[in-house]
Design a protein around this ligand. Structure first.
Ligand code: PLP
Length: 387
């Protein structure tokens, strides 16, 4: 699509022309594993569905266009997308990562790739200058998540990208954009090389699929990712691609409402005596408030809170909400609540990435915000501070 087309329009039309075979307005679910060849090697662009599938291709085009990239690749999960990007590395390489990351990413780094002689180190990235001092001669990749899961730290993508551009051996800058989505921030436009997503979260948006994606503007990287995608085969099925594509059409609307609800929830929680700290990038108390204002269209739908009463208080709260469902995952229309230290980030226990057990992560959904706040109020009252 042309570059000056706006986000909402790309989200709806970015998959390319309507189905050429039938004129179907929505790209059909091409539930087929293989495609007829009229002669050997003569076909309509599709041979075997691990390599290409029209439903997947429509999704990959839309994702690329939304991220202002030229090449999009869909995967069977966010972890499969991250795994495919890590396959660009070779033994002896070093990856400089933030010390606050999705637990599964840390588990993949340490549990799988460190055995292949790839070295990972973890530093706070909120102070970019200090973080960038840790780049070594063999640093082949910088791994950023912004905002991070679950502390919502923000790092300055443009600053990191411009710093590495001055290096002789330029590491690739990869950004996990799952929390922000391309509606809030577009890392490739800020100079990153690769963007990855768990499409399970906001992009799908309805808690009904698991998927991932990687997007780049660099045609050499794209060639390698296409090779990995086909050679390794962690591809999503057409039904899941269809569901992500459908989710994307309302992404802008959803993200605006998620952020409105999350801000109200954050302000409400900040006034409650049970809570020692509310973390939300659109609160002036957030240490990178200015950067968040600059880098992101809005601050998204995740709010993290730390309980004065520690892990026990957080646990009682998280088990007492009604509309905030106690469950892993995030980014869907329904509100979810979880305790990272005991759930999504268990793999980081006793590591430099360990999460405070008193931290509760809220994924603020699209229910009416007053109902959400009433729900939080009744759960907080259970802690007995007001009596
Ligand atoms: C969930 C998540 C992932 C992993 O994605 P899956 O689809 O669960 O494999 C990666 N990064 C972040 C930031 C996530 O929240």
């Amino acid at each position: 699509m042309k570059k000056n087309i706006r986000f909402e329009t790309i989200a709806i039309h970015g998959g390319g022309p309507m189905d050429p075979a039938t004129g179907a307005v929505v790209t059909p679910i091409y539930q087929t594993s293989t495609f007829k060849q009229s002669k050997i090697g003569e076909h309509k662009g599709f041979e075997y569905a691990r390599t290409h599938n029209p439903t997947r291709q429509a999704l990959e085009r839309t994702l690329a266009a939304l991220e202002m990239g030229n090449h999009g690749f869909a995967f069977s999960s966010g972890m499969a997308a991250i795994d495919s990007v890590l396959r660009l590395l070779k033994p002896g390489d070093h990856v400089l990562a933030m010390n606050d990351l999705y637990g599964g990413t840390y588990r993949l780094f340490e549990g799988i790739y460190s055995a292949y002689d790839i070295e990972f180190s973890y530093y706070p990235a909120s102070n970019n200058q200090e973080f960038l001092k840790e780049v070594k001669p063999n640093t082949a990749m910088i791994w950023l998540e912004t905002p991070t899961n679950p502390y919502l730290n923000i790092s300055d993508i443009a600053m990191v990208a411009s710093y590495v551009s001055s290096l002789k051996q330029r590491p690739l800058v990869c950004v996990d954009n799952t929390f922000a989505t391309p509606y809030l921030q577009r890392p490739l436009a800020l100079g990153a090389d690769i963007v990855v997503h768990s499409t399970t979260k906001y992009l799908g948006g309805h808690s009904d699929l698991v998927g991932g994606a990687a997007i780049t503007n660099n045609s050499k990287i794209a060639e390698k990712l296409a090779f990995v995608q086909n050679a390794v085969g962690a591809v999503p099925g057409p039904m899941d691609c269809f569901l992500v594509q459908r989710g994307l059409k309302t992404l802008a609307l959803r993200m605006d409402q998620h952020a409105q609800n999350a801000k109200k929830v954050a302000l409400y929680l900040a006034d409650r005596p049970e809570i020692s700290k509310v973390i939300y990038p659109d609160l002036e108390t957030h240490p990178q408030y200015e950067l968040a204002q600059r880098q992101m269209r809005n601050a998204g739908g995740i709010v993290s809170v730390i309980f004065k009463g520690g892990g026990a208080a957080g646990k009682l709260f998280a088990e007492s909400t009604r509309y905030f469902t106690l469950a892993e995952s995030l980014g869907a229309v329904e509100s979810l609540i979880e305790i990272p230290a005991a759930m999504t980030h268990m793999s980081t226990a006793d590591s430099p990435l360990a999460v405070d057990s008193a931290l509760v992560r809220l994924s603020v959904g699209l229910e009416h915000v007053n109902d959400l706040i009433d729900d939080l109020a009744q759960a907080l009252d259970k802690l007995g501070y007001s009596s």
